[in-house]
Ligand binder design. Structure first.
Ligand SMILES: [Ca+2]
Length: 102
């Protein structure tokens, strides 16, 4: 596993992890599936997330599965950051993420 990642959770307080995405220093848009591999609903379910990115990169969380959809960004700090539902401002609507170089 990479030291840099995004982990998304179904519950607001970082419980019920849906998926872990490894970061590999590439800009990439990743649309989330309807369900996890084990069949748990995934799309439009995320209520909190954790991430760790190096400085100079950010992760965008998108409302829809296209790169032009509304999104919010969180910048890398080199340490693990925890973001809850209130900080996201959107609940049960996220559908994709994108790694972006600043
Ligand atoms: Ca959505």
């Amino acid at each position: 596993m990479s030291e840099y990642f995004l982990e998304v959770f179904m519950d607001k307080d970082w419980k019920k992890k849906l998926e872990r995405f490894e970061f590999d220093f590439r800009e990439e848009f990743i649309a989330w599936p309807d369900n996890t591999e084990s069949g748990v609903p995934f799309n439009d379910q995320v209520s909190s997330f954790r991430y760790c990115l190096p400085t100079g990169w950010k992760v965008q969380l998108h409302k829809d599965r296209n790169a032009n959809s509304k999104h919010k960004s969180w910048e890398g700090t080199g340490s693990i950051q925890k973001v809850n539902q209130d900080q996201i401002g959107w609940n049960d609507t996220l559908s994709a993420h994108k790694w972006v170089k600043l």
